[in-house]
Structures are given as C-alpha cells and as structure tokens.
Design a protein around this ligand. Structure first.
Ligand code: ZN
Length: 111
C-alpha cells in the first residue's frame, strides 16, 4: 500500500497518509494547521513500515481474515474522509461498492 506525503501550502509541514485506492485519493488537509496540501515526493515515507503507519492511523485489521474480507474494502478510505468531515467522492463510492461485490477495479488489482 503506497504511503503519500503532502506538503502544506501554508506551514510547509508534511502530512503523510496511506492510500489504499489510488482512484479515491484526495489531498488531505494539513494535519498541523488544516491548510491545503499538495502531493510531495518523500524518501522518508517509504522507510516507515506499513505496519507502523497502519498502527498510527488506527487502521490495522485485527486478523488476516478481516483484512481479506471484501466488506473491509474501502473502509479505511471511508474512515479517512469521515475523519476530515469530507464526503466521499461519488467515483470512489461506486468503486468501493463494486469491490465489495467482488468486482475489483484495475487500480485495486495492482495493489
Ligand atoms: Zn499546515
């Protein structure tokens, strides 16, 4: 699962986020000041283990079975949008629903 970092356009600090579904990606607000962010390329982000980032985001599935449960697909994305008080884009909503029906969009198959 790729980890993306975003640079705040106001305070210049980094916000890192895990992206489960590239198609559902939206730049998150700055976690420091709530400002707008733009995608940053970061070497540092890739040195954090996926496990650690998942723990930090509280999104770690408890069991492998739960991880592979199709109903879990998109849950993290939903939670993220919810955390930010943003509405999930319709495109992402459609894709997540389709994936839960067992129909994986191309962007997810590659992960
Ligand atoms: Zn900021």
């Amino acid at each position: 699962m790729p980890i993306y970092e975003y640079t705040c356009t106001s305070c210049r600090r980094l916000t890192s986020t895990l992206v489960r579904n590239i198609a559902a990606e939206a730049a998150p607000p700055c976690q420091h000041c709530g400002g707008r962010t733009t995608r940053a390329l970061s070497r540092f982000a890739y040195h954090k283990s996926e496990q650690r980032v998942l723990e930090e985001h509280g999104a770690l599935p408890r069991t492998p079975e739960e991880y592979h449960d199709p109903r879990q697909i998109g849950r993290w994305v939903e939670k993220r949008f919810d955390d930010y008080g943003m509405e999930l884009p319709q495109e992402a909503r459609t894709m997540i629903d389709a994936a839960r029906e067992g129909e994986l969009p191309d962007a997810v198959k590659d992960l």
